[in-house]
Design a protein around this ligand. Structure first.
Ligand SMILES: [Zn+2]
Length: 116
């Protein structure tokens, strides 16, 4: 019995690819850091970044844009957001988003994501 090897297909526009890649990036982070180190870092980042003037906001760890950081220095959630956002921009392949894509490529440099 043979099983065909296929690539997953996504509807156009590729809804959800950013979420898929975001979560897959967490798997890679687990593998690299190990379970305990991942959760220790994750908890510390939420503690350190989550506090704002208006109280605790767990979404701040995701918002890499204003931090103007690169992948290597970003929070675990910020790294995964970068990877997901980049996957979405690649999949959409819109000329209008090329500057945004290039900016993200610079931030992802050295991450290994999509060979960057
Ligand atoms: Zn996440």
């Amino acid at each position: 019995m043979a099983f065909p090897i296929t690539h997953p297909t996504f509807p156009e526009p590729p809804l959800g690819i950013d979420t898929l890649i975001h979560e897959f990036n967490h798997v890679l982070q687990y593998q690299k850091l190990g379970f305990a180190n991942f959760f220790l870092r994750y908890a510390n980042e939420h503690k350190n970044y989550g506090l704002s003037k208006s109280g605790f906001d767990r979404n701040i760890v995701y918002e890499y844009g204003p931090r103007n950081s690169v992948y290597a220095t970003e929070t675990l959630e910020g790294q995964s957001q970068m990877a997901g956002d980049y996957a979405k921009l690649l999949a959409l392949n819109a000329a209008s988003s090329l500057p945004q894509r290039q900016k993200l490529e610079r931030r992802l440099h050295g991450s290994g994501i999509y060979g960057l």
